[in-house]
Design a protein around this ligand. Sequence first.
Ligand code: CU
Length: 138
Amino acid sequence: ISLIFSHIVFADVCSVEIQSSDMMRYDKKIINVNHSCKSYKIFLKHSGKLPKNVMGHNLVIIKTDDLNNVTSKISMAHGLNKGYLPDMSEVIFKSEVIGGGEETILEINPSKLTKGVDYTFFCSFPGHFAIMKGKIKI
Ligand code: CU
């Protein structure tokens, strides 16, 4: 009974918090996006001390099929303000890069994500995506 009840309570949640740190990792491997939310907020936090140009983190959402293509474009040359990525249609959502002690909100429109399609979130700071990635479940 308690399982059913907790499911009902969580059905209306339209936000999630995900933590990162100087350890170059997220605290979640899966983000469950409620497709019925008009807007879904991902609160990204960085509990570390290192500045964003050294240990910056962001959160980028793409189709899993595009992961190799998009991550191959990561380059310092694109700059921190662009999350070290060029403008490309494969990037569906992208937060700003934050450093230690900072936080940001990535507000997404769940209707832009299709049920049945496999999506991945990752950090596009150079060298981070191999460890800092997870799945978006709709
Ligand atoms: Cu990172």
